[in-house]
Design a protein around this ligand. Structure first.
Ligand SMILES: O=C([O-])CC(=O)C(=O)O
Ligand SMILES: [Mg+2]
Length: 220
């Protein structure tokens, strides 16, 4: 495993956040999107990171902010053109992540053929947990990720339902964008995405391995 440096606080490194969209069939269908035959990729800015204790700030231009709970993969060893067979050697660990999405803005962007930046990459759009060392999750393709809003379960899905596996994604991405130590890959959300309102409290987890809590506030 990989790193000479300490990636425990990987979110402070200012590295890339590469997001995979539509990686779960049921989620692609709930938003009436085609099930992809190749990964859908987009980026968030490092300023999207927010940690437990600080609020998620709703952008002023949305009336439909959605939660998406996702398994994050933290890169420990960079590379390009990484083979699927050695892809897991590049993984430092995992993190529980939320891909907060201004769904109304994303819908408008889709209609106009514009990029999703305003919908996906705003400050605080990427709440993250602590780093989960790689060995803590024996099989990352067989854990449950879940999310509750005000104590009501909204999302619960197994990573076994991912369309594209983690080694496939690392290999695919690294042929397009060089991966670096400290980069984070968000692997897509299962079904059940829905809106949150100001003062709502979200609790999300990976099985009983880790959980985190965030509150929604308006950006002043
Ligand atoms: O906005 C979307 O539906 C795409 C996405 O991020 C996901 O599937 O996780
Ligand atoms: Mg997502």
């Amino acid at each position: 495993m990989a790193s000479s440096k300490n990636l425990t606080r990987f979110w402070e490194w200012g590295r890339k956040i590469i997001c995979v969209g539509r990686n779960y069939t049921e989620h692609a269908k709930e938003l009436k999107n085609a099930v992809p035959t190749e990964p859908v990729l987009f980026l968030k800015s490092p300023s999207a990171y927010v940690r437990e204790g600080a609020p998620i700030l709703m952008p002023y231009y949305t009336n439909n902010l959605h939660h998406e709970v996702e398994l994050g993969v933290v890169i420990g060893k960079g590379g390009k053109d990484i083979a699927q067979s050695s892809a897991m050697d590049h993984v430092e660990g995992y993190a529980l992540c939320l891909d907060m999405t201004a769904r109304d803005v994303q819908d408008q962007c889709k209609q106009k053929g514009l990029p999703w930046t305003l919908a996906k990459a705003f400050d605080t759009s990427c709440p993250v947990s602590d780093l989960i060392p790689r060995d803590t999750i024996k099989d990352p393709h067989n854990v449950k990720i879940w999310l509750k809003v005000n104590d009501i379960l909204r999302q619960e899905g197994s990573t076994s339902s991912m369309i594209f596996s983690i080694p496939f994604l690392i290999s695919y991405i690294s042929r397009v964008i060089t991966l670096e130590e400290g980069d984070l890959i968000l692997t897509g959300t299962p079904e059940g995405v829905a809106a949150v309102q100001e003062n709502d409290e979200m609790v999300a987890g990976i099985d009983d391995i880790i959980s985190m809590k965030f509150q929604i506030k308006k950006r002043s």
